[in-house]
Design a protein around this ligand. Structure first.
Ligand SMILES: NC(=O)c1ccc[n+]([C@@H]2O[C@H](COP(=O)([O-])OP(=O)(O)OC[C@H]3O[C@@H](n4cnc5c(N)ncnc54)[C@H](O)[C@@H]3O)[C@@H](O)[C@H]2O)c1
Length: 589
């Protein structure tokens, strides 16, 4: 326990208050939470018990520790019961006046040494601090949802915060087992300022009918390794909280990317607030339950026999993506012909695929016999005409439109008339490639993610001319390859990049503005949102040049001022600092 802090008060025991109460009690503090009615106290207590129960079921919390922690918690409707607390954290709804009233009352009640903390996600802490006679001991302690799980606490200091109070709060956060990151008092702090425009974009994407909620969520889970998709996350956060947070950010920055998508307000008005009311973007078994009610949605319904005529898959190209796709296709049992532009490139591809399969054997993911059988299915060539017996052709050459168009003409010439031609482009219009062929109905995007052997997602991009049978076939092939396919129209960025890259660009702008360091931003997104890596580590892996190109293509398509590439990103690209591949990007390697 951190020095002199023994008893914690929590005001509001909803989604966040109940989580914060649990965290404090599990760390050994005595906790008194205050709610407005007896029913709300009971409901708060039930939420805490349910959450601890889940911890016990998952083997993350011992039954004895649960009982001890529950013994340290009491609920009340009276402010008086908080008067001996050393720290009080408020987690009432995101409304400034409500929080200001509360801070005035708490200030009058609490001992002078007590620290007053707000869990606000987006409101100025200073405006609460000045309501009290102890503004220097008022800070932001921003926990993440679910509080018992997420490792980050943003520690918000204002212009009047006392360094000792900040240090005490920091030690307290560490005693709770959290990693504190100090932030300036600005709406959204680090994580939400980056997260909420992304969530909002996902809602706008759903609202425009671009993709289904399941596909949007699956794309971000399987394409980026996020623990949950944006719409499921909004349901967890609560749509009312999300609305208030976006609205507060909009009021501070006046940029359309923060203006809450109309659908959020509509759901809110219908009292569809997410998990807490058993319905938001999804329906849940009961209020507070994480279990989605059976929706009847099991992905695309494929006609019997879809894709069964595909036996031979041609892959055009010999780079990272082409090699990965060829490997995945051969592993799925297809005969594969990889066409490279030179004999040397062809034999390099052969060697790389063999090496990658060898690693799989080392890791016990496949047997030597399976490796031999896979390699026996793979042939490499430099001849275009060798692709003439393929049923499906996947193009994975450099991301240059004219080059791809030339190759599509060639593929169209050599491929049998029934063959489907797919491009794995991540940013070019598939329709421009389709138009270069005599079979636009059989042209589709098949956007794999890097490394194709590992990443489960394939975005199937349908142009205005793609036939449904083509989409069905590609889905069936993707499924046989063990991939999760989602379908989306032919628009810049498809699903994943259209949601991911504006977020990455925002992170660069935040760094450029000097608001936080690259390490702090990466930590905030990893610990606060459970992302497998932070935005800068990811940009360095993707390559800053490739990222800039994708951001430019999104900016060109949507003309959204907020999507304009961050000048710092452009400068780093000009300087040749392209990320891991050049040994330097946002970090040094
Ligand atoms: N939901 C999230 O993911 C999340 C994450 C971090 C921070 N926050 C912030 O946490 C705060 C609470 O959000 P939430 O999602 O937990 O909201 P919530 O609606 O789930 O809970 C708010 C609770 O406060 C209670 N309450 C209202 N006035 C009160 C008062 N005067 N005294 C005691 N209790 C009172 C309500 O009865 C309700 O139970 C907001 O500032 C929000 O921005 C939310």
């Amino acid at each position: 326990m951190s020095d002199q802090i023994a008893t914690i008060g929590v005001v509001g025991c909803g989604t966040m208050g109940s989580g914060i109460t649990e965290v404090c009690a599990r760390a050994g503090y005595r906790v008194v939470f205050r709610e407005i009615t007896d029913d709300a106290v009971e409901a708060g207590m039930a939420r805490i018990k349910q959450s601890m129960e889940r911890g016990v079921d998952k083997g993350k919390l011992a039954a004895d520790d649960r009982d001890a922690a529950l013994g340290r918690i009491s609920g009340t409707t009276s402010y008086e019961d908080l008067k001996t607390c050393d720290v009080v954290i408020e987690a009432v709804p995101e409304k400034l006046e409500m929080k200001q009233d509360l801070f005035r009352s708490l200030d009058a009640l609490l001992p002078p040494h007590a620290i007053l903390a707000t869990n606000t996600s987006s409101l100025p802490v200073i405006e609460m601090a000045v309501q009290t006679g102890r503004p220097s001991r008022v800070i932001g302690l921003h926990f993440f949802n679910p509080a018992p799980v997420m490792g980050l606490v943003e520690l918000v200091k204002t212009v009047v915060t006392d360094p000792d109070a900040l240090e005490a709060a920091s030690a307290f956060a560490r005693a709770l087992g959290k990693t504190p990151v100090v932030c300036q008092d600005r709406a959204g702090f680090i994580a939400n300022l980056l997260l909420f425009p992304y969530l909002n974009n996902a809602v706008k994407m759903l609202e425009s009918g671009f993709a289904t909620r399941e596909d949007i969520d699956a794309a971000m889970v399987f394409g980026c390794g996020h623990p949950m998709g944006p719409l499921a996350l909004l349901d967890l956060i609560g749509l009312d909280s999300a609305f208030e947070i976006l609205d507060a950010m909009y009021r501070q920055f006046r940029e359309t990317v923060y203006a809450p998508a109309p659908l959020i307000r509509q759901l809110m008005t219908a009292d569809f607030l997410g998990r807490k009311t058993a319905r938001g973007f999804y329906s849940y078994e009961e209020a507070g339950s994480p279990r989605v009610r059976e929706t009847g949605h099991h992905g695309r319904e494929l006609p019997a026999g879809a894709g069964s005529h595909v036996r031979r898959v041609g892959v055009l190209g010999s780079g990272t993506m082409a090699n990965g796709i060829a490997e995945v296709a051969a592993k799925a049992g297809y005969q594969v012909v990889l066409r490279a532009r030179s004999t040397q490139r062809a034999s390099e591809s052969q060697a790389k695929i063999a090496k990658s399969l060898g690693k799989a054997v080392e890791r016990g993911k496949m047997t030597q016999e399976q490796l031999d059988a896979t390699l026996a299915l793979l042939e490499t060539t430099t001849e275009m005409d060798a692709l003439s017996s393929c049923d499906l052709l996947v193009e994975g050459i450099a991301e240059e439109l004219d080059l791809k168009i030339d190759h599509f003409r060639e593929l169209d010439r050599v491929a049998p008339s029934h063959a489907i031609i797919a491009s794995t482009t991540s940013s070019l219009p598939v329709i421009a490639l389709a138009a270069a062929t005599t079979r636009p109905e059989q042209v589709v995007g098949m956007h794999f993610f890097n490394p194709a052997q590992v990443m489960k997602l394939v975005e199937v991009v349908r142009t205005v001319r793609t036939a449904e049978e083509t989409v069905d076939t590609v889905f069936a092939v993707g499924k046989k390859m063990g991939k999760h396919c989602v379908v989306c129209p032919d628009r810049a960025g498809f699903i994943v990049n259209a949601l991911l890259f504006p977020y990455l660009n925002d992170a660069v702008k935040m760094l450029e503005a000097g608001y936080a360091t690259a390490e702090d931003i990466d930590n905030a997104m990893k610990l606060g949102c459970g992302h497998p890596m932070g935005p800068f580590a990811l940009l360095d892996i993707v390559g800053l040049d490739v990222s800039l190109q994708i951001i430019n293509s999104l900016y060109g398509e949507f003309r959204e001022p907020g999507y304009a590439p961050a000048p710092l990103l452009e400068h780093l690209v000009h300087a040749g600092y392209l990320g891991r591949k050049t040994g330097r990007g946002f970090f040094n390697y």
